[in-house]
Design a protein around this ligand. Structure first.
Ligand SMILES: Cc1cc2nc3c(=O)[nH]c(=O)nc-3n(C[C@H](O)[C@H](O)[C@H](O)COP(=O)(O)OP(=O)(O)OC[C@H]3O[C@@H](n4cnc5c(N)ncnc54)[C@H](O)[C@@H]3O)c2cc1C
Length: 466
């Protein structure tokens, strides 16, 4: 077996691993990038990009079937050609993956290696059965994988995950989506808009990442208008019969429903891939789940020269966070023992549902109840939203009672993916609600809805003074 000596070994060439490679190199280290699976990143191959491509087709279909209130009639039917939809999803996806592959191709051969790595001891990795890598520092950027609960494993090829959806050549007739998190809601609604009969079975009342009860309730009602969404489903039995899956579940109100589906799309959460790394062979401190204990600011595992970035660390499983963490981990790995805390951007997450959902800053559930006021706006009567017939949504903004600082927001509504950026930027600039209201708002735009929510929070602050 070959042995390689290196400053920094990076396990995983995804959205975290690639920036880690570049950062460690820029810091002057010798670097080896280890990738066991297909190159191209989860985001481009089976995540962010193909899901947004499917959603784009779904929104085109939705718009085409919702023209009549404008007085615009499509005389003749609107037809979704599943084969053409999937062809575009895959060909555009391949284009995006191609850009990543070009970048990997440009990495010199001696700086990359193919195979799955695991720890032999603290500073020694083995890659498949061909190479041992002795590294001064190691970046773990191994990503995450879907959790497939036991009851779905016996369904064979009828139980699928997001990866499989983007390999379809055509759209199926009927799908059950297990999980009402971000992936389940995005893919479930996209399939429904494309004419697939969709039931989303969530548990524990979850609606994407939302934590504000009022926003959650609004979103659940809004989504239920376009597909069946059971947020408190209890799946009792799952059985494969021929090429279909029979599911018996109990709804939140106690009704028992039995239904058959072509596929069950399992979107019941994801778990870190660190469990496959042989961490027990190291002296790293592990938590009860076998994950390394690490400092979320420096990403360092204890005092070891091991840094954990991206979905592998389970902090915020989103692309830009993975990329920032990768850069920080690569830099710290190269400069070890001079390790610095990373500077995080304002928390920002977006769900590409229709309407979009977004969260900025502190989650409602994490705010001490007496510390803040809530400003609210409904988008149902919001001028521009009504003009465009996209007047569905509810927004809550949270403002600190004492400092009048903007703390965060949760909402569902039109243009949320853009408004979320305005709010994240305001948060990162430490603006008060008063400073935010001094910013320009053009007329008529959806952002005037945000202004109404901010004004509502000011009114709530004033009411407290009385
Ligand atoms: C359906 C879906 C939609 C998403 N949509 C969005 C979105 O719209 N916006 C957003 O911000 N985020 C989105 N995400 C999340 C985003 O894709 C992830 O946060 C991001 O890809 C994580 O990057 P990573 O580098 O941590 O993991 P990855 O990109 O998965 O990279 C990890 C790499 O490590 C490799 N690996 C694992 N174990 C080993 C080993 N032992 N040895 C060698 N190599 C190994 C894997 O093969 C993989 O290539 C989505 C995810 C999914 C699944």
């Amino acid at each position: 077996m070959k042995t390689v000596q290196i400053d920094v070994a990076i396990i995983g060439a995804g959205s975290a691993g690639l920036p880690a490679y570049r950062a460690a190199k820029a810091a002057g280290a010798t670097v080896l990038l280890i990738e066991g699976g297909p190159h191209g990143t989860t985001c481009a191959r089976v995540g962010c990009m193909p899901s947004k491509l499917l959603i784009a087709a779904a929104e085109a279909a939705h718009s085409a079937t919702h023209t009549i209130p404008f007085g615009v009639h499509i005389d003749g039917s609107v037809r979704v050609d599943g084969r053409e939809v999937m062809r575009r999803v895959k060909s555009e996806r391949d284009r995006f993956v191609g850009f990543v592959l070009d970048g990997v191709e440009a990495i010199p051969e001696h700086e990359k290696i193919t195979g799955y790595a695991h720890f032999i001891d603290d500073g020694l990795l083995q890659v498949d059965d061909h190479t041992r890598v002795r590294a001064r520092s190691i970046v773990v950027a191994t990503g995450s994988s879907p959790v497939i609960p036991l009851q779905y494993r016996a369904l064979g090829d009828r139980a699928i995950i997001n990866d499989n959806v983007f390999e379809w050549n055509d759209l199926p007739r009927k799908v059950a989506v297990v999980g009402a998190g971000v992936i389940g809601l995005e893919l479930g609604q996209a399939l429904a808009y494309l004419g697939v009969d969709v039931t989303v079975l969530g548990a524990r009342g979850r609606v994407g990442p939302l934590s504000d009860p009022a926003i959650k309730a609004y979103a659940e009602k809004a989504f239920n208008a376009s597909y069946r969404l059971e947020t408190r489903a209890e799946v009792e039995t799952v059985e494969r019969i021929g090429n279909s899956v029979h599911i018996r579940y109990r709804t939140g109100t106690g009704d028992v429903v039995e239904d058959s589906f072509d596929y069950v799309l399992v979107a019941a959460g994801r778990k870190s891939n660190v469990d496959r790394l042989g961490l027990k062979n190291t002296s790293l401190k592990l938590d009860a789940d076998g994950n390394p204990v690490f400092d979320p600011r420096t990403l360092q595992a204890g005092n070891h020269p091991v840094f954990i970035a991206g979905d592998a660390n389970g902090i915020l499983p989103i692309q830009h966070e993975a990329s920032d963490e990768g850069r920080a981990a690569g830099t710290n790995a190269a400069h070890f023992p001079n390790v610095l805390p990373m500077i995080r951007r304002a928390p920002l997450s977006i769900v590409f549902s229709h309407p979009r959902m977004a969260m900025v800053g502190a989650r409602h559930t994490d705010l001490p109840p007496q510390s803040f006021v809530t400003g609210e706006v409904s988008f149902e009567d919001q001028g521009r939203s009504r003009v465009m017939l996209r007047n569905q949504g509810l927004m809550h903004v949270y403002v600190d009672k004492n400092t009048r600082m903007f703390l965060g927001a949760e909402w569902i509504g039109p243009d949320a993916e853009h408004i979320a950026h305005l709010l994240a930027w305001a948060l990162q600039m430490n603006l008060t609600v008063d400073a935010m209201l001094e910013m320009p708002f053009y007329h008529p735009v959806v952002e005037e809805g945000l202004r109404a929510a901010l004004r509502d929070s000011v009114a709530a602050l004033k009411a407290l003074e009385k």
